[in-house]
Design a protein around this ligand. Structure first.
Ligand SMILES: Nc1nc2c(ncn2[C@@H]2O[C@H](COP(=O)(O)OP(=O)(O)OP(=O)(O)O)[C@@H](O)[C@H]2O)c(=O)[nH]1
Ligand SMILES: [Mg+2]
Length: 456
């Protein structure tokens, strides 16, 4: 279906608007109640939209008009009559600080006469603007069409019940046709996405069969997932200080161990309706179906934000937490931005919500990264061994061949020279190690277990 503006000229609920770049737009934000508007404003700012004014009205949402009818009419007047130099002059977008019902969306846009977005429409517009890959674009389009469909149904029902005069000249029959086309397009896109998901899930199976282990990165949007992915894999992915830079899953190998795969994915956000979230299930599964899940949060967030965002993330990965086959580690990022006292407070906070032993890391300064790498490998492969090659009575027999054999059999992370020969910090399957030891009697000795045994 061609992108179209179903309600152009009749109040402006823009459905499937072709416009993807909203940078430079000026908007008025309507807020009912006492909610904190920071995150909403951040979402708008991320898209380059300037909020020129905020209208706040106390009390509960009006189920039909969101603000009370009187306040809404005042806003409509001001939108039409704002003189030059007034903040509202040139505003063609009104934002509602809520996940609005279709009824509220239709009514407010009819009264205001400009484009109206609620939180979900703002998110969908943001996703549309950021979607770079085919997969991301397909997901986003499905989510948008689904959301458009609910608004359209509301319009049709209002017309049928006579609540609203015929629209766009096309009348209810025209709208019903659009509805059918919408349904068909959603179905087609869904099938395409399903094929993609099947291919992905086949790839996952192959990986597992080849002995690769996967580490999924999950957390609130902007937590620093892609930055950590980049630091651990060396693979370049988009990192930006904006919400929802990443909309699909990227898999890359861990630099320290090519048999460990990392999966960076889309971030979470509060209160995304399930029909919108549904479109992203497949890409999330690609990252969340893993052997080890890194549950990530930004340690430099304020206490309330940290708890809120971490709780949302915990909710989203709940079934992973309950799955015995999935190991979960808590990783707190951007530790370079906080001091020791804040760090202790963050530790207490996460304990209060039932999480323990966070790893603190900074992808920028590298702080905590070696420890995190070691912890990941230990969780996946068990404790490392410190293995000595060489013996005082070896009389300088070359050790290179043995060292090569060990490197083939397992993962050598670090190496150091000692008087008897060399010592390796090694992750290796027990049976493989025993075979090698039997081959070279007296030349290999396990002198310690665990990463710390090597470091001290
Ligand atoms: N100071 C500091 N900033 C960081 C660190 N890690 C990430 N950032 C910044 O935080 C912002 C978000 O980082 P990303 O890695 O894109 O976060 P993300 O979780 O992938 O975000 P989305 O994909 O948008 O959900 C960027 O501006 C990064 O430069 C860190 O360790 N220290
Ligand atoms: Mg990202």
């Amino acid at each position: 279906m061609a992108e179209r503006d179903v309600l152009a000229g009749a109040g402006g609920v823009l459905l499937g608007a072709a416009r993807t770049d909203h940078a430079g737009r000026r908007a008025v934000l309507l807020v009912r109640g006492e909610a904190d508007t920071t995150e909403f404003t951040d979402l708008a700012t991320t898209m380059g939209i300037t909020i020129v004014d905020v209208v706040k009205q106390r009390g509960r949402e009006d189920p039909r008009t969101y603000l009370g009818r009187g306040r809404l009419d005042e806003a409509a007047d001001l939108l039409r009559t704002a003189p030059d130099g007034h903040a509202w002059k040139g505003t063609d977008l009104v934002l509602l600080h809520t996940n609005a019902t279709p009824r509220q969306l239709v009514a407010t846009s009819t009264v205001l006469g400009v484009e109206v977005w609620d939180r979900v429409r703002l998110l969908l517009a943001l996703f549309t603007a950021h979607a770079a890959s085919v997969e991301a674009r397909t997901q986003v389009r499905i989510a948008r069409l689904r959301s458009d469909r609910t608004v359209l149904r509301e319009l049709i029902s209002q017309e049928t019940t006579g609540e609203r005069a015929g629209y766009g000249g096309a009348g209810a029959t025209g709208a019903t046709e659009v509805l059918v086309t919408l349904g068909r397009e959603i179905e087609g896109l869904r099938r395409r996405l399903l094929r993609h998901a099947r291919a992905q899930s086949e790839r996952r199976r192959q990986r597992t069969r080849s002995g690769a282990r996967t580490v999924g990165l999950a957390g609130y949007t902007n937590a620093g997932k892609s930055s950590l992915f980049r630091a651990l894999s060396g693979k370049s992915v988009l990192v930006e200080d904006r919400l929802f830079s990443t909309l699909e899953t990227t898999v890359g190998r861990m630099e320290a161990s090519p048999r460990v795969l990392l999966a960076d994915t889309i971030g979470f956000i509060d209160a995304l309706p399930s029909e919108t979230l549904e479109a992203f299930r497949a890409t999330l599964a690609e990252a969340l179906e893993c052997d080890l899940l890194l549950l990530m949060a930004d340690a430099s967030d304020s206490n309330e934000e940290l708890i809120r965002r971490l709780s949302t993330s915990v909710r989203e990965v709940q079934d992973r937490l309950e799955d015995d086959d999935v190991d979960v580690m808590l990783v707190l990022t951007k530790v370079d931005l906080i001091d020791d006292e804040q760090r202790r407070r963050v530790e207490e906070l996460v304990e209060e919500i039932g999480l323990f032993n966070p790893s603190f890391v900074s992808s920028h300064t590298g702080e905590g990264m070696i420890a995190l790498r070691d912890a990941i490998l230990t969780r996946l492969h068990g404790p490392a061994r410190v293995l000595r090659i060489g013996h005082p009575e070896d009389n300088g027999r070359p050790i290179a061949a043995l060292e090569d054999a060990l490197r083939q059999a397992g993962l050598v992370l670090e190496r150091r020279q000692v008087t008897e020969g060399v010592e390796l910090l090694l992750w290796c399957d027990g049976a493989a190690l025993e075979r090698l030891m039997a081959h070279a009697p007296n030349r290999l000795t396990v002198v310690g277990e665990g990463v710390d045994a090597f470091r001290t």
